[in-house]
Design a protein around this ligand. Sequence first.
Ligand code: ATP
Ligand code: MG
Ligand code: FE
Length: 344
Amino acid sequence: VVILGIETSCDETSASVIRDGREILSNVVSSQIEIHKRFGGVVPEVASRRHVENVNGVVEEALTQAGVTLDDLSAVGVTYGPGLVGALLVGVAWAKGLCFAKGIPMIGVQHIAGHIYANFLSGGMEPPLLALVVSGGHTEIVHMPAHGEFEFLGRTRDDAAGEAYDKVARAMGLPYPGGPVVDRLAQEGNPEAYPFPRAWIDDESMDFSFSGLKSAVLNTMHNAEQRGEEWKQADIAASFQAAVVEVLVEKTVRAVRKTGVRNVVVAGGVAANRGLRAALQKRAELEGFGVHFPSLDLCTDNAAMIAAAAFPMYEAGRFHDLDLNAVASLSLTKWADTPTIPFL
Ligand code: ATP
Ligand code: MG
Ligand code: FE
């Protein structure tokens, strides 16, 4: 089974060819980061235009690198939400055209399901699983009893983890996207330099909150400047990261204890974070549960994870009709429930 994945939900135009849901034949990611950097974030209109310009070339490159032609494709998996609607539409329209022309099935994929499925591309575990989703726009703990089935145990009530990284980085005068830069700085700083708050660390709930932490970091820098004092970038970064990581790890451990599900996968851009990887791995060893992270290049947006998520849907014969639309706020559970049609 050869599936072409297409991902255009945000600022990466990506296409990938996957064999049998696991083997990556190609994964081409064309990032627009350089274009959006000067605005300090993603500009939706600019992103859509870039996707339109890039999508043909990126798909062609993915097919060439994989050594396949359009005739070898069994199906196309495409992200149809959540994300920027204009950006999503570019991928969805492209996939529809190809599927119609070639008479092959189209599988719409929920983007966060894609992030979770990135784990299956690097020898991840089989469900039942818990997924710690830590991306640019989402932070949640998800129970995944079986392929394509999702149940929320907790979620952020305000900012996502990646969003907190990006906002703190911006306040520190660091370039977009801030996560990787803060992560690097944190390696050189003192994580105990500033006692930043750990939101609801003792709370029974598995929900998260990061906006208070973000404000605390901003206030610390502001107050220091008011007093004419220096603040060390590395110490702020390390103390901020320690607060984020501690909460993520504690809530994950709580979810493991509560559900008895002893396999955890981590998903989304923040899964690349060195502090999180080290702390969760260490804790998992102590507690005796399994933890798996995607390989570094598969943590942030890419089409390989979308094709991987499409694979079990393909196996189950669950396809989308060609009237599929982009859905800006498509939820994971909604996607799993979406009535899909057998391909005719
Ligand atoms: P979503 O998937 O929720 O729609 P997105 O696609 O914009 O959001 P991701 O693909 O998950 O986001 O990844 C981007 C995010 O990951 C950014 O917020 C970025 O700062 C963060 N990030 C990337 N690498 C790291 C790192 N090493 N440490 C912390 N954060 C990181
Ligand atoms: Mg991105
Ligand atoms: Fe993403």
